[in-house]
Design a protein around this ligand. Structure first.
Ligand SMILES: [Zn+2]
Length: 493
């Protein structure tokens, strides 16, 4: 639609809505807003499919379900994580003993002939097939169903070792390599299985990981040991050589970087300081940067492959990506999330803007990089530097941040920024909203007022929808209803 036609449409909408007696006219913009919620299979088993769908629809006007169809992680599947209070609905028991993960739908073997990873049906809920049970009930209520899967596995699954990444230490990682043909095929195969076997509306996939450079530097809120950085497998080596990158030099550079980070963590200051030493290593081993880019471009290739496979089966299915919270903390990771570049193979983006847990996560990130390549900078100053370069306004000090979380202004600014980056593309922006994501005891918790404010902020920033996250089984109904209150206020409830 060109700009002139668009303006005519927009003007027509306003006129129709303002005419007396025209209240029946449905604003097309309103119709297109997506109100999503992430929900795992266990909630439907515990509470009943109808009850969960009715609650989501009545409390928060949900029109799209992001069903955790596959994962080995507890972030989007399973009940409340142990050590956190159970919410005011669902089973009042933790599932520590029964949670395992995998696929919560049937696995049709005919789609997995090009991968060694074939045996991944979740055992936790017996034969319960979440798509088979939920889709007909969702359709009755006019709700869409999107299959939501993530890049989280566990060790010891049949054949999974053939797909695993290799750590800097030389050990096999629990994570799988995008350059391993068995994993690359599997990522597409499972999307094909769902696309052909069920009447779904789309697919969302997420990978909460980054390349070796940021991992060795500890540049995330999750900061694993530098020795656990990936990937140094034979497939990555071969791909690097094809691109003219020397893998042996890269590995040597990372071992030097690891030594530097481990010494910094112990408070050892290099003669010229940590930041200068970091740059010295980068200049001596440009392969460090090349290796990081290789990892990220492999992730993008995996996304493109999933997109093309699904669109080849049914172009009407929506395909999009969950973007990790580290995008809000680590400027290197943010630089890797080039939204304009991703737009051609993204029908939608769920950019994580979890306002409440962002407080303790940003503090963790600062404490981590503040003892590696930024160890010369006092941490409060380092935090202010990050607020500045990430274009946040007034947020709390390092001392207060874990107990205050981020403000609604963060969600507004992040939404505006992403909208601008996506300008001119067809990609829809659906910010991920924090509803009771666990934080450490004593740290900030979600409240109805805070929840309402961030939902309003997302729409004020121009979002085309929101995804209430991470999983229904950890959300308190009062906060879900507060999200619903905000939606009513903007005419979406
Ligand atoms: Zn690899």
């Amino acid at each position: 639609m060109d700009r002139r036609v668009f303006l005519q449409h927009a003007a027509g909408t306003v006129v129709a809505a303002s005419l007396p007696g025209a209240s029946f006219a449905v604003d097309p913009a309103r119709q297109q807003k997506m109100i999503g919620i992430q929900v795992g299979a266990v909630s439907f088993v515990d509470e009943g499919v109808s009850k969960v769908l009715d609650e989501c629809q009545q409390s928060a006007a949900v029109n799209t379900l992001f069903v955790a169809t596959f994962t080995y992680g507890r972030g989007i599947a399973g009940r409340q994580v142990p050590g956190q209070p159970l919410p005011d609905h669902g089973s009042q028991r933790y599932d520590t003993d029964t949670f395992f993960g995998g696929s919560y739908t049937k696995v049709n073997p005919k789609y997995y002939t090009n991968t060694a990873f074939k045996d991944f049906r979740a055992p936790d809920l017996g034969n319960f097939d979440v798509l088979e049970q939920v889709i007909p009930e969702a359709k009755k209520r006019g709700m869409k169903t999107i299959c939501w899967y993530e890049d989280v596995f566990r060790r010891g699954l049949p054949n999974v070792e053939k797909l695993q990444e290799v750590e800097l230490s030389g050990k096999k990682a629990a994570t799988l390599c995008f350059n391993n043909p068995d994993y690359l095929s599997w990522l597409q195969d499972i999307a094909e299985d769902w696309s052909r076997s069920y009447d779904i509306d789309g697919i969302m996939w997420g990978s909460e990981r980054q390349g070796a450079l940021s991992n060795v530097l500890g540049a995330s809120h999750a900061h694993p040991q530098p020795s656990a950085a990936t990937c140094f497998c034979e497939f990555c080596y071969a791909k690097a050589r094809r691109q003219g990158v020397n893998p042996e030099r890269a590995k040597q550079g990372f071992l030097e970087l690891e030594k530097f980070v481990l010494a910094s963590r112990k408070g050892v200051r290099p003669v010229d300081g940590s930041y200068v030493e970091f740059w010295r290593l980068m200049l001596r081993y440009p392969e460090l940067l090349a290796w990081e880019s290789l990892w990220t471009s492999s992730l993008r290739e995996a996304q493109k492959a999933i997109y093309d496979r699904v669109k080849g089966i049914n172009p009407k299915l929506g395909v999009g990506w969950h973007i990790w919270h580290n995008n809000s903390f680590n400027p290197i990771y943010r630089a890797e999330q080039d939204l304009a570049e991703m737009a051609p193979y993204s029908d939608f983006l769920k950019i994580v803007m979890y306002q409440n847990c962002a407080g303790e996560r940003m503090a963790d990130y600062i404490n981590s990089v503040g003892t590696s390549y930024f160890s010369d900078v006092p941490k409060q100053e380092l935090l202010e530097f990050h607020y500045r370069v990430l274009d946040y306004g007034k947020e709390a000090s390092l001392k207060d941040l874990p107990v205050t979380g981020f403000s609604a202004d963060y969600v507004y600014r992040e939404t505006m920024r992403a909208k601008k980056a996506l300008e001119g593309s067809k990609t829809k922006l659906w910010p991920g909203i924090d509803i009771d994501i666990p934080t450490a005891g004593g740290n900030a918790k979600c409240t109805p007022d805070g929840t309402k404010a961030v939902v309003l902020a997302a729409f004020r920033g121009g979002a085309e929808g929101v995804i209430l996250s991470r999983k229904y089984s950890e959300m308190k109904l009062e906060n879900l209803r507060a999200a619903g209150g905000a939606l009513k206020e903007v005419g979406l409830g």
